[in-house]
Design a protein around this ligand. Sequence first.
Ligand code: GUN
Ligand code: FE
Length: 447
Amino acid sequence: FAVLADCFHCPVKGEFEFNIDWLLLIDHQGNIAATYPPQHPEYADLLAAFKRNDSLQVIPKGEYLLPGLVDLHCHAPQWPQAGKGLDLPLYDWLQNYTFPLENRYSDNDFAANVYQDVTKTLLANGTTSAVYFASIHRQSTELLAQTCLNVGQRAFVGKVNMDNSDQCPAYYCEPSVTQAIDDTELFVNNVFELAGNQSRLVHPVITPRFVPSCTSELLQQLGGLVQRYDLHMQTHCSESDWARDYSIQHYGVSDVTIYADMGLLNNKSILAHSIFLNQADIEKINQFKAGIGHCPLSNMYFANAAMPARELLDHGVQIGLGSDIAGAPSPSIFRASFDAVSHSRVREEGVDIYLPASERGTANARISFVEAFWMATVGGGQVLDAKVGLFEQGYHFDAIVIKANSGIGNLRIWPQFDSAKDILEKIITLAQPENVAKVWVQGKAVI
Ligand code: GUN
Ligand code: FE
């Protein structure tokens, strides 16, 4: 089929294109076969042919086609916890809220309910690719992978590993390295089998929770699985002073170095947070072409700090955005984009009013809305080593339609005086699920 639309995307980092009346051709696998601007010599004939065959989707004026959003870091089992306890420090929040909740996912019925709701909610917010931490339970994590296939979401799903009895509560701790590894390898093979015939919409991810919750033996053997099967890997990295100090105290090096030494890093590893990195860490991440899942709002709560996004973008680090449900309450990657900009502004302006104005803030620390949107789409795709985030030939057709002025929600556009850039900024800052009129994943309409 073909889609005729006014579309935004960001082929160049820091810039955007607004392509009016473009024709996108989608092949039978759901990939973009070609894109045609109206000036193209074959445009009129193609348009007429697709119309004749009744296989043209026309997106009305006032609605905009955008690449689907990529959420690099979402804890699916924590969805019922969204909005709770965010005034606590990380350690207390995990022990008092998160671990008791995640432990309930030994119950597949409970899991089925939540997983159906969270995957559909993310889709409704425009997230076409999601990277999920599940819980330590293999069976319900496989259920999450199956749910993503059922609802048609591109997903990267991990069974959480944690076996360090010094840090994990006795009731929520894997009993041995052998059992954890056997279970994880079985999970990987079962997800490959599930996803086999469906153009690999769902991928298994090796998921050590973070350094404190794992023994070194477990990290080492998980690294072995990453290497042997060439897998995605996700973990929390340098997310708080406490977590970073833990690595340095117990291993003498930063968590980035630990992950690298254990064989856990490759060109599709997702390091959530990663805000307290030093220069050597940044170089190591770039050396492996690993990526960062930037979760701005949860950094405010659990890092008590804002990520140096400007500096990381300028160093060419692969970086996308994450919701970090439930370390932040919103399942929207538009919201994460908005927060990424706000926090970079806070860094630039400085907020300590007891300092003289001239001493506040870090010069040139801000990022633009376009850069945030680039991270939400292209950047996320690059981190995952997946062909998503752009309307270009060979990319998967993962796309959303945003409808303004619909009478519900807050998104208003005045075509007489809103420029294309204004429209994109308004979408990022104001779009709600009410404005997400249509969602395609791999060429299939899922909303
Ligand atoms: N660090 C270790 N586990 C977690 C978690 O579940 N959420 C967040 N935000 N940080 C973590
Ligand atoms: Fe997290």
